[in-house]
Design a protein around this ligand. Structure first.
Ligand SMILES: [Zn+2]
Ligand SMILES: [Zn+2]
Length: 349
């Protein structure tokens, strides 16, 4: 039977990546073999926690797991291409030992298997106001992230001879499998830092609080995500960094409502103005324009202001603005007004 990775980490299906990482960190600290020397149960527990995290922290693996209830993880018995594989050799080496095996099962996602990176993608939310989404805006924020340790002296990984890949032979139910997998020592980079580096204690990366600037393009819509190349975390012992994902939230505006590339707004006119026609100043995101309102305009009638809408992402084009006319009907008339309206009524008879 498949293991329930969610209950192992004590989380649910919609727990956020950050909270998954937090749950994992707490549990792996609690069950770390260093704290439970020689306790078989703790060792098993630690192994399970790592397995669960390897799957649930990886979007593609998590998707497969949610969909099929299996990932080919060790210990899942029949149905797993790795049934019968002996994993005991990897059990006590620290964190994340199983990821190379999962790469084998899933074929990796390119980015991971070539660069050997294994950080959890970072995603941030950034709020901007409506006008900033029209003009585009540069935003700077601080972010604590893992960066490659600059003090580290890199040497060739002896486990894989610098290739980043090792060939693993395993006895399975289907016979002997030979598989080239990511080197678990250098995580595929082919290089390791000397354990003696005092800056990072051999971790190969250090945590830094740094400023990141993101250029939000004009026309960005609420909920769109920008990918900032190399602005995310660095995996241990790798050069370069993963990408950072910034999801933009656009605040609502009380005057303008976005509708695709167009903008919708409304304006209120007096009865006399719609009867006789008028010119009305209309606010647009590109400044005020004069709208010619013809005589006989009806309540609910919509006027188009061409090219006054949102910038269309990546083009010089703009959408339009649509203005809906509301008519303000007076609730009270003065004596003089009433007299005039009555006269008007009598003209029509
Ligand atoms: Zn270092
Ligand atoms: Zn290696």
């Amino acid at each position: 039977m498949a293991k329930d990775f969610y209950s192992i980490l004590g989380i649910s299906k919609d727990t956020s990546p950050d909270d998954i990482r937090r749950a994992y960190r707490n549990l792996s600290k609690k069950w770390h073999p260093d704290k439970h020397k020689g306790e078989k149960e703790a060792e098993q527990k630690f192994k399970e926690i790592n397995e669960a995290y390897e799957v649930l922290s990886h979007p593609e693996k998590k998707r497969m797991y949610d969909q099929f209830g299996t990932t080919g993880a060790p210990g899942e018995g029949s149905g797993s291409p790795f049934g019968g594989f002996d994993f005991s050799g990897f059990a006590s080496g620290g964190f994340g030992n199983f990821s190379d095996i999962f790469e084998g099962v899933f074929g990796g996602d390119g980015r991971q298997s070539t660069a050997g990176r294994r950080t959890t993608p970072r995603e941030l939310l950034l709020e901007i106001d409506f006008m900033e989404s029209v003009t585009g805006v540069k935003k700077t924020f601080s972010l604590t992230r893992w960066r490659t340790c600059a003090a580290c002296e890199l040497i060739t990984c002896s486990d894989c001879g610098g290739t980043g890949q090792v060939v693993r032979t395993a006895q399975s139910l289907f016979g002997v499998i030979q598989q080239s997998v990511l080197c678990r020592v250098c995580h595929g980079s082919g290089k390791v830092s000397r354990v003696s580096c005092s800056e990072c204690k051999g971790e190969g990366r250090v945590q830094k609080r740094e400023e990141v600037t993101v250029d939000i393009p004009a026309g960005i819509a609420d909920g769109q995500t920008l990918r900032l190349r190399g602005e995310g975390d660095s995996a241990p012992h790798t050069q370069g960094s993963d990408d950072l994902f910034v999801t933009v939230r656009v605040e609502k505006d009380r005057r303008f409502k976005r509708d695709g590339d167009d903008i919708r707004s409304s304006t209120t006119l007096s009865v006399l103005d719609v009867l006789l026609g008028t010119e009305k100043s209309i606010e647009t995101v590109h400044g005020t324009v004069e709208l010619k309102v013809p005589a006989g305009t009806q309540p609910g009638q919509v006027f188009r202001l061409k090219g006054k809408g949102m910038p269309v992402l990546g083009t010089i084009r703009h959408g339009d603005q649509y203005v809906t006319v509301h008519v303000d009907i007076p609730k009270k008339l003065s004596r003089a007004e009433r007299k005039l309206v009555e006269e008007w009524r009598d003209v029509g008879r």
